[in-house]
Write a protein that binds this ligand. Structure first.
Ligand code: GAL
Length: 417
């Protein structure tokens, strides 16, 4: 046991001491099954076990968490929810409204969560003013990951705008590489779509479209342009993309089969797990045209009402551990995200994380910090599902018309809300 972990155990134990008699079990549902993700969640398990509790892993594979949410609903409806589940954004309110979640205010008060986590995040973690969830991290979604050797062989630099991206992609294709590694799953299509939308619409209209669900913006000329450019992106992915997992797409960039991937910084977790160094083996850059903008995706765990006293004590220990400084550091180093606490020493983090933190802070001031639609931050799961359907159908239909797609988008959202 290292000294930091010993101190962690002591400091957490002071608040929620798990004596042998109240050592309990937490069952934790999550979808962190890729290399980098699994390493990250393993840290949480280890720190909980060091406090005498046991961890029952409830992993449901599938990036973006759609399958995990389906399984969770079945378990909850049958009256047997896990202790904690990876639930994010608007979904927390939906679960709170159904009466499933438990109050964590005692843990929050002793950990001073209100003082160390931005209000914009704590607001989402509370239902009716009470903490029911704990944030883990801040992911930036609008990133471009690139293999510098492949770019060099194709004679191109890192594209800063969408026009540069398309020009570079042509050359990469001509040089015999796949320009964009992509996994054809609805959430991945939506991740690329929102990156294009952030550039074309700008932060204010992005917010109008995906937060306010403004019909004119959803069906307007700029949205037609978003679909037009999004369609062009399809020219630069390979034929085997449908169904591919996101981390398999990342490995294509790692091994030099593909030049780039547009994906949130959980992709960095894959580069890290493969022993790759940013700036040398790979490049992290803002998604084309979105420098200074930040699409955020905050992971969190919501806690369910359970009865067994020992398990409640384990549950509280888990909640406290998630916001512990040592955990925040080691977890986020592996996960590719930045800590959600504002009082962290960032000296162990790499340049990508430092850039992310600087842009996170600056964008909050300029109005360029926006919630991710693709990752459940900007709107309800109903509106998100409607957007996913239109976006995915459009992307996979070579004859789809951008103008019609924008109209369909507004109609589908209207029907969902
Ligand atoms: C996101 C989640 C990330 C990452 C990704 C791929 O929804 O917030 O933490 O795990 O899915 O699985």
């Amino acid at each position: 046991m290292n000294i930091n972990k010993t101190l962690l155990t002591l400091s957490l134990s002071a608040t929620f001491l798990p004596s042998l008699s109240n050592a309990g079990e937490v069952e934790v549902l999550h979808w962190w099954t890729s290399g980098g993700e699994a390493k990250s969640v393993q840290e949480l398990k280890a720190m909980l076990e060091e406090q005498g509790h046991s961890w029952k892993d409830f992993a449901v594979a599938g990036g973006g968490g759609e399958s995990a949410m389906t399984v969770l609903k079945t378990r909850a409806v049958s009256g047997n929810p896990p202790s904690a589940a990876q639930i994010k954004g608007h979904d927390i309110q939906e679960w709170g409204g159904l009466g499933f979640l438990t109050n964590l205010d005692d843990v929050a008060q002793s950990g001073k969560w209100d003082d160390v986590v931005p209000t914009m995040v704590t607001d989402v973690m509370k239902f009716n003013g009470e903490y029911v969830a704990v944030p883990v991290n801040v992911h930036r979604v609008n990133w471009l990951w690139a293999n510098p050797e492949v770019l060099k062989k194709a004679g191109v630099g890192v594209p800063k705008t969408l026009d540069e991206f398309f020009a570079a992609a042509e050359k990469i294709k001509a040089a015999g590489y796949i320009p964009l590694a992509h996994g054809g799953q609805p959430w991945q299509d939506a991740t690329v779509f929102e990156a294009v939308a952030l550039d074309v619409l700008g932060s204010d209209d992005y917010r109008k479209a995906f937060v306010e669900l403004d019909m004119d913006t959803l069906s307007g000329d700029k949205m037609v342009e978003v679909f037009t450019k999004f369609k062009k992106v399809h020219d630069y992915i390979d034929a085997n993309s449908p169904g591919r997992d996101w981390n398999v797409a990342t490995s294509m960039v790692i091994n030099g089969e593909a030049a780039m991937q547009i994906m949130g910084d959980w992709a960095k977790g894959e580069f890290t797990a493969a022993g790759k160094v940013p700036g040398k083996d790979y490049i992290c850059a803002p998604a084309p045209g979105t420098d200074g903008q930040f699409t955020h995706n905050v992971d969190s765990f919501a806690f369910f009402e359970i009865k067994d006293e020992a398990n409640v004590s384990a549950q509280k220990a888990l909640a406290a551990t998630i916001l512990d400084k040592d955990f925040q550091e080691v977890f986020n180093l592996n996960k590719g995200s930045i800590p959600v606490r504002t009082d962290m020493d960032m000296s162990a983090f790499d340049q990508c994380a430092l850039d992310s933190m600087a842009t996170f802070k600056a964008s909050a001031k300029t109005g360029d910090l926006v919630p991710s639609m693709a990752h459940g931050m900007s709107t309800t799961s109903y509106a998100q599902g409607a957007i996913y359907d239109v976006v995915t159908n459009f992307f996979n239909d070579p004859n789809a018309d951008p103008k019609e797609a924008a109209q369909k988008l507004a109609k589908a959202v209207k029907a969902a809300i």
